[in-house]
Design a protein around this ligand. Structure first.
Ligand code: PGA
Length: 241
């Protein structure tokens, strides 16, 4: 339980190479196990990954027909059809482009009347689906994974979070103003994320260098959420700038 594992570090030449490598891992996963449960992420980091995955899927070698997907997080208070909701992001980048059944696509319900119940329901759904085989992650400049901000307990399951001011500042580029960025979200917890069989972290660009260095130090601490990944035996980190 308290073992510390080294990551499989993969330095990439550019964003395109990172996207191809990550898409290849997902393709291989689906070829090996067509009924895989995939953990997915949103944001700028996986945009190229989805593009490559859709391209490879179009070649017809693998299918999402038996696959289930679970996204890391969703804002609270945005309709799924809202242009900056993560539901909408997934429609745009993946769901409308592959043969993944509508009933197999899962994101937290940030519009639920009872948000705590929505968190529990999400956990139950993941469990019933058999657990996540491969989880994709980005990393925030403050080390967040999903929306687990610094000082989130490593024991958390899917939960409601207050977004860090720095996160709202970074994400303001997708909204008319910072004020329009929701203040809360639902995210898989750290413990939830660590239960995935395999984890793929995308950390490309100048703005991620500091976070990558911090990860390389190997120090595990709740003030830097991604450091929890050193407790997981199968983490691949794609990095570069
Ligand atoms: P990004 O975000 O992929 O848009 O850089 C990652 C994150 O904040 O988790």
């Amino acid at each position: 339980m308290n073992e510390v594992y080294e990551f499989d570090w993969v330095k990439v030449a550019d964003f395109d190479e990172m996207s191809s490598f990550a898409a290849k891992l997902y393709e291989r996963q689906l070829l090996r196990k067509p009924d895989s449960v995939l953990g997915l992420a949103t944001g700028a980091s996986p945009v190229g990954f989805y593009e490559k995955l859709v391209e490879r899927h179009a070649q017809g070698t693998f299918s999402f027909a038996q696959t289930h997907t679970f996204n890391l997080d969703e804002y609270i208070g945005l309709q799924p059809s809202h242009p900056t909701s993560f539901h909408n992001y997934m429609e745009e980048h993946l769901f409308t482009k592959v043969d993944l059944p509508v009933t197999s696509r899962h994101l937290p319900d940030g519009m639920a009347d009872d948000l705590n119940e929505a968190c529990l329901r999400y956990e139950t759904l993941m469990r019933i689906s058999g657990g996540i085989d491969m989880q994709l992650l980005g990393i925030g400049i403050n080390g967040h994974i999903g929306f687990n901000e610094p000082y989130t307990s490593f024991r958390t399951r899917t939960h409601i979070v207050d977004l860090a001011d720095s996160t709202r500042t970074v994400n303001a580029k997708y909204f008319p103003s910072k004020e329009a960025v929701p203040r809360q979200a639902i995210t898989m917890g750290i413990e939830t994320i660590l239960e995935a069989e395999q984890i793929i972290l995308l950390a490309f660009g100048e703005q991620k260098v500091e976070a990558v260095e911090r990860l390389k130090s190997g120090v595990i601490s709740e003030d830097f959420p991604a450091s929890c990944l050193h407790r997981h035996p199968h983490v691949t980190v794609f990095f570069g700038k």
